[in-house]
Design a protein around this ligand. Structure first.
Ligand code: G4P
Length: 530
């Protein structure tokens, strides 16, 4: 049985608006896990914001980033699987999908900038599955927003219920450290902390004069006032409410100074959920089930034309995954096995013999997988909850070389299987529209179609605002599709999609077509074979 393995594992992601400190925090967590020895090792993997059209740079980054897509390390008795999410907003869709493969997240907020654009979107995605969130307010060494104001902003803007577990003493140049509200200890701030030990001392009674001696009378009094206010509002953390995604514990710290990170990690280990079950189109799968199941949440193509292989990322959901064993690829209805599955234990890619719920396994793929595909020991079912979101930019695909039509079609199919972009084909027609989250993706597609498939294409900008998947009364949909012909597309699975020109159009159509439901996300409702 795999209960012991499950209890030891925590699978999560760090999310943030770019520049809030996700990479820095990741690096510090890896230092704690002994997975890396030097600071700076993770830093170089980031797709920097200026790399907008530097393809060599993208290629280089992608090459490295596959190794750090999942970082597994041991901390005390816990095996931590940290799934990386791309920082660049143009790859946001990749991040959304990665969030389907984690059991909880740590949200990093920049104390100076507060809630930012990307933060909002990411939290919305977490909320869809009630993913438990721990908040880390970073950059306390800078003059940021006042903590109470910041909590207020986070609660209002992100609609999160917060529960501070630590409280900062001043900020910026005057930052003295944090007081741990849970175990009543003072954690004193030392800039540029190199070691992984924190400078902590217990202060059971907040009126103890030791506090004044350590942080000065003014800050000590302010802390007393704050703590009194806090204790009136918050009691002990309701761990169940956190696990249900209803309450988010909050920590304050400074990632770059390695401050507050250990406190965060120790609490995370204690409260964060162990690998959870997942829903399929047939039933709920529990991690403790004996039989193996898992799904593909990410596909990473090798941009080096000499190595065309792709790596499919499999999240194990139940049972035990074993090397060289036949599993059912339920969408294709065929048996597949993997002789070189690899794990992502930090530093080296290692071929693994087995994996357990919560683990992520890298599978070499020659084009059999697409996002959302399910592997089982024979049961015909498909994991759900891995939706596609409406793209933000739409462009018509123009074939520039009719001699290479086949290559272009194949390339577009494969790249969209990988989830690089979404493909919409005109309902009853042949017009092809590509939808992406950011401009950068169009450049990547154009480049890859040429490099990998020898197909040359151009993109014609289109003025659409959103894609909505439509379901409902059959007759109403048929009429609507006829009436709105130019706006009705099919996604890759043949689901009908309405492309709205503007919010106004969308609202009008919703009002005029009460028998039709307009969805902003889609599940992968692929029909099962067999
Ligand atoms: P990201 O992955 O979320 O995009 O953010 P990243 O960790 O790269 O951090 C963004 C910038 O914020 C970095 O500075 C980083 O050093 C800085 N930073 C992270 N944590 C803290 C903190 O606690 N306090 C302060 N003051 N700064 C912090 P940069 O100048 O963009 O990069 P670098 O030159 O330092 O590498």
């Amino acid at each position: 049985m795999n209960e012991k393995e499950i209890a030891q594992r925590r699978t999560f992601a760090i999310i943030s608006h770019p520049d809030a400190g996700k990479t820095t925090l990741t690096e510090k967590l890896l230092l704690f896990g002994g997975a890396i020895q030097v600071a700076g090792a993770v830093k170089s993997n980031k797709i920097k914001k200026h790399a907008t059209s530097d393809f060599m740079e993208i290629e280089r980054q992608r090459g490295i980033s596959v190794a750090t897509s999942v970082m597994s390390f041991q901390y005390n008795d816990t095996l931590i699987n940290l799934l990386d999410t791309p920082g660049h907003k143009d790859f946001a869709e990749d991040t959304y999908r990665t969030l389907t493969a984690v059991d909880s997240v740590i949200l990093v907020i920049d104390s100076v900038n507060g809630v930012e654009d990307q933060t909002r979107k990411l939290v919305e995605v977490c909320r869809m599955r009630d993913t438990p969130i721990i908040v880390f307010v970073n950059k306390m060494d800078r003059d940021g927003k006042f903590p109470f104001d910041l909590l207020d902003e986070i609660e209002k803007e992100l609609k999160l219920s917060l529960h501070p577990l630590s409280w900062p003493i001043n900020m910026g140049k005057e930052f003295k450290g944090v007081y741990n509200l849970h175990d009543h200890s003072l954690n004193l701030f030392t800039p540029n902390q190199k070691s992984t030990e924190e400078n902590t001392l217990p202060i059971e009674d907040i009126n103890d004069s030791v506090l004044d001696a350590k942080v000065g009378e003014r800050d000590a009094n302010q802390l007393r006032e704050d703590v009194e206010l806090l204790s009136g509002v918050y009691g002990d953390l309701d761990v169940k409410a956190y696990l249900d995604g209803k309450v988010s514990p909050v920590f304050f710290g400074s990632a770059v100074n390695n401050f507050g990170v250990k406190e965060l990690l120790d609490t995370f280990i204690k409260v964060a959920p162990t690998p959870q079950g997942r829903d399929t189109d047939k039933r709920h799968v529990n991690p403790t089930e004996n039989k193996f199941t898992g799904f593909i949440f990410k596909i990473h193509a090798n941009l080096d034309p000499r190595h065309r292989d792709r790596i499919a990322f499999l999240r194990v959901c139940s049972g035990r995954f074993a090397r060289n064993t036949y599993y059912k690829h339920t969408r294709m209805g065929k048996d597949v096995r993997f002789s070189n599955p690899y794990s992502f234990m930090a530093r080296e890619k290692d071929v693994i013999e087995e994996a357990y719920p919560g683990d992520v396994v890298g599978l070499f793929d020659t084009g059999n997988f697409k996002i959302g595909d399910t592997l089982t020991e024979g049961e015909m079912m498909q994991f759900t909850g891995i939706p596609t979101f409406s793209p933000e930019i739409f462009k018509e695909l123009v074939n520039k070389d009719p001699m290479k039509t086949k290559q272009l079609e194949k390339g577009v199919q494969q790249l969209t299987d990988e989830g690089v972009a979404q493909l919409f084909t005109q309902h009853g027609g042949n017009r092809k529209i590509i939808g992406c989250v950011g401009e950068l993706q169009f450049e990547v597609i154009q480049y890859r179609l040429l490099q990998e498939y020898g197909a040359s294409c151009a993109f014609q900008p289109l003025n659409f605002y959103k894609a909505c998947w439509i379901t409902g009364d059959k007759k109403a949909i048929e009429d609507f599709a006829r009436f709105k012909q130019a706006n009705i597309m099919e996604d890759k699975d043949g689901n009908l999609v309405y492309l709205a020109q503007s919010e106004w159009f969308l609202n009008t159509e919703r009002q005029n077509n009460q028998k039709i439901e307009f969805h902003f996300t889609s599940e992968f409702k692929t029909a099962l074979k067999n």
